[in-house]
Design a protein around this ligand. Structure first.
Ligand code: ADP
Ligand code: MG
Length: 476
């Protein structure tokens, strides 16, 4: 280590310390080490890329003044980022803008030092009474892989989850982004992955957090001036599970802080698992730089379970509750409750409750009666196929024509109407709608919805089509 580098940096630090709060100084500047000075180019070593980004965003002006004061106008700064040996990648050194007038090289170099500086981190999940920092994973031990029934609808997500649990951070599934509509098993699977990581490597720090809780904690940390502690706490996690990330929509501050945490973890080879009710491209009001990171690893959808999977889930639950139901009854429930597993479990519970309260045997008749409400509701569910059929009948088109690539105005409009109603009446994602209506992408669907809205306002004939179709859809 160069003596002059150290003394020059010391002089810089003195100037910086005089100009910022002591807390910021200790957090952001004390961990920095000066490593080299050559031709007025000072190299400083920062503990992580996050540090570099944070310094760049918040302190570049003051660092620049300090450097010019001590080294003169030609002063230049090079950051060197510490990485753990194990996560050394062959990432080439790259150049970034440090400020508008300066360019600097960032070298990612191998350093033996630990990635984290020791500091008093305030841990929102700390277990009281323990000296050593120990984090309660917040995992629900009821949600395991063993009782997560595999089916076509969840096979990819489940097996990606299993692989991740064997090598967290070591697969290309980072982040793992699991999405589906409600009640299809995202939360269950997310817990199962966390539990499995812990089972295989108990020393790993795993944390499950709902996005709602994450947002709340961040707000509290900001209020009490503990933002850095909050960030540092999350940056210490080895496997971070964030459930229902779509909740971050519209929350700018939380998105920013999550962005930094995400970058740090990802860059340090830590595993991130996210769940959402929409695919990354369909999430609204989330910064593009976050969305693009969500897509870095594997995004996978859990679909509605097929009949066989529904039946297996019912059997498992029955066994767990120590109940016996006839095949006929199981078949009836599995055939009729289709959309969502939470509902499937709910139906079984209400049947059991009915039978116990009224001391009745569970007959098909009792089941039909108990479920009649749910079933008429789900029969009303409007599907994309149904919408396409209705539109084809209405405009006297064949399904092939509707889905074809033709740009004839009438057909384009019919297709756009199909997309519009699919968006309005189903829970399918934009990409899934596009895919089902002639293999279009999500942007086409979004455009279709906007066009229909516009034409509805400006074109009387078109408006009457929309109203007609709407009536037909809800009355059937
Ligand atoms: P989501 O988070 O997608 O809304 P959950 O994970 O909360 O859904 O799942 C709803 C219920 O369905 C939970 O009780 C869960 O245990 C159960 N469940 C979901 N998928 C499966 C599955 N493949 N096998 C067994 N139970 C499941
Ligand atoms: Mg959930």
């Amino acid at each position: 280590m160069s003596e002059t580098a150290i003394s020059i940096w010391k002089a810089c630090l003195q100037y910086i310390r005089d100009n910022i709060s002591e807390k910021s100084y200790l957090t952001w500047f004390q961990p920095i080490k000066a490593v080299k000075l050559q031709d007025k180019v000072l190299t400083i070593q920062v503990p992580s890329k996050f540090y570099y980004e944070y310094l760049e965003e918040n302190y570049i002006k003051i660092i620049k003044s300090a450097l010019i004061k001590t080294l003169g106008k030609e002063a230049k700064l090079v950051y060197s980022i510490m990485m753990e040996k194990s996560q050394q990648t062959d990432a080439p050194p790259y150049t970034v803008n440090i400020s508008s007038s300066q360019k600097a090289q960032i070298k990612v170099q191998e350093v033996d030092a630990p990635l984290y500086m020791e500091r008093g981190v305030k841990n929102p999940f700390i277990i009281p009474g323990l000296q050593k920092l120990k984090i309660d994973s917040q995992l629900n031990t009821n949600y395991t892989f063993d009782n997560f029934i595999e089916g076509d609808s969840n096979r990819l997500a489940r097996s990606a989850g299993k692989q991740i649990a064997k090598r967290p951070g070591g697969t290309s599934f980072n982040p793992l982004f699991i999405y589906s509509s409600v009640g299809l098993g995202k939360t269950h699977l997310a817990h199962a992955i966390g539990l499995e990581v812990k089972r295989i490597q108990p020393e790993k720090t795993v944390l499950y957090v709902s996005t709602e809780k994450f947002c709340q904690q961040f707000q509290e940390a900001t209020k009490s001036n503990n933002r850095n502690d909050f960030i540092h706490f999350y940056q210490m996690i080895d496997t971070l599970v964030v459930d229902d990330i779509h909740f971050i929509s519209g929350k700018k501050g939380t998105q920013e802080v999550f962005f930094h945490i995400f970058n740090h973890l990802h860059q340090s080879g830590k595993q991130i698992i996210l769940t959402s009710d929409k695919s990354p491209v369909d999430i609204q009001d989330v910064e593009q730089r976050l969305i693009s990171r969500f897509k870095w690893g594997l995004s996978t959808e859990i679909q509605s379970p097929d009949y066989a999977t529904r039946l297996s889930i019912l059997r498992q639950k029955m066994e767990f509750d120590g109940m016996k139901l006839s095949e006929e009854v199981l078949d009836y429930i599995a055939k009729n409750i289709k959309t969502n597993i939470r509902e499937l479990e709910g139906s079984l519970n209400s049947i059991i409750a009915q039978a116990t309260f009224n001391k009745k045997e569970i007959t098909l008749e009792l089941v039909e009666k108990t479920l009649s409400n749910l079933i008429t509701n789900s029969k009303k569910d409007i599907t994309i196929d149904y919408i396409q059929k209705l539109i084809c009948d209405y405009f006297k088109l064949s399904l092939d024509t509707l889905q074809s690539k033709t740009r004839k105005r009438d057909i384009v409009q019919a297709r756009q109407l199909a997309m519009y109603f699919a968006k309005k009446y189903t829970t399918a994602s934009l990409s899934s709608i596009g895919n089902q209506i002639g293999k279009r992408d999500h942007a086409t669907v979004l455009h279709a919805c906007k066009t229909v809205d516009n034409l509805f306002e400006t074109d009387k004939l078109f408006k009457s089509y929309v109203e007609d179709l709407n009536k037909k859809l809800i009355s059937d």
